[in-house]
Design a protein around this ligand. Structure first.
Ligand SMILES: NC(=O)c1ccc[n+]([C@@H]2O[C@H](COP(=O)([O-])OP(=O)(O)OC[C@H]3O[C@@H](n4cnc5c(N)ncnc54)[C@H](OP(=O)(O)O)[C@@H]3O)[C@@H](O)[C@H]2O)c1
Length: 261
């Protein structure tokens, strides 16, 4: 049973892997014996996160570097950095994301375009650019994995003034299914996790305000925010042989929020 969930030795890229859910994932992959590459706009923060993971693990298993996934240059920088360090990529976790909130009537085009560009276009462009490296890792017995990070708001029609964010996450869910069909013959599975509320930079305005945090917990049937082990557990399952037959799934990671009436 434990071998079924083994992912030791795999090479992973976590975008936005230096904070929030991405950092939870980077740590989890490193603890599970993977080599982890971490990319986001702030290269020094990625390097710092990698250094602290290496110290914690007592081995050089994490590397951080800068890349803006909203630009072609950033996508090219990722391909260069990843191919410079590995000859194949077992797992791509498309986690980087951004949000924008403004009331209906005042929502700017810039807040629409920016969010779509990072959350949707970046996910597609990066998957496309890294396909050769994913294919190099892929086999019928143990497919390469793409794990996209969607959201409970991609499933539930809750706007909360974050209109482009909600639409972008629904698009991530749909793109996940489209790519799962497209890439299955190449032995690459594509799934998404759809988190509910987790503490992170994006959610700091909620989690660092006790009143809002209490409301957020109350909105979750299990009555709590997400935790690092919740991220680690679903990734260990999805990315190991145990999850090799899961493809095109949108997995709720939300304490039951998406099942609420
Ligand atoms: N926390 C939640 O409650 C929650 C719930 C549902 C879904 N999610 C999703 O989970 C993912 C992680 O978010 P989080 O909550 O953990 O927030 P976070 O701590 O703010 O993480 C977002 C990450 O994305 C990176 N990023 C943003 N724009 C980027 C760009 N243009 N290029 C490269 N990297 C970029 C950021 O790093 P830089 O600033 O260095 O670029 C940051 O590391 C997102 O996709 C988010 O939508 C979060």
């Amino acid at each position: 049973m434990s071998k079924l969930f083994d992912i030791a030795g795999k090479t992973v890229l976590v975008t936005g892997g230096a904070s929030g859910i991405g950092l939870m994932a980077s740590r989890a992959f490193a603890k599970a014996g993977c080599t982890v590459m971490i990319a986001s706009r702030k290269g020094a923060v990625c390097e710092g996160a990698a250094a602290s993971i290496n110290e914690e693990m007592g081995r050089d298993c994490a590397f951080g570097f800068a890349a803006d996934l909203a630009s072609d240059e950033g996508i090219a920088a990722v391909v260069k950095a990843v191919s410079g360090r590995a000859d194949k990529l077992d797992i791509l976790m498309n986690n980087a994301g951004a949000t924008w909130g403004a009331p209906m009537g005042e929502f700017p085009r810039s807040g629409w375009d920016k969010i779509m560009n990072v959350n949707v276009t970046g996910v597609f462009m990066l998957a496309q650019a890294l396909l050769p490296m994913l294919e190099a890792a892929a086999s019928a017995a143990d497919p390469a994995r793409i794990v996209n990070v969607g959201s409970v708001v991609g499933t539930r029609a809750v706007g909360n003034n974050a209109y482009s964010y909600a639409a972008s996450k629904a698009a991530v869910h749909h793109l996940t299914k489209v790519l799962s069909n497209e890439l299955a013959p190449r032995h690459i599975t594509v799934n998404a996790i759809a988190p509910g509320p987790f503490p992170s930079r994006m959610m700091a305005f909620v989690t660092e305000n006790e009143e809002l945090a209490a409301l957020a917990r109350a909105d979750v049937p299990l009555g709590r925010l997400g935790e690092p082990d919740d991220v680690a557990g679903v990734l260990q399952f999805l990315c190991s042989r145990a999850g090799a037959y899961i493809n095109g799934a949108i997995i709720p990671l939300d304490g039951g929020m998406s099942a609420k009436p």
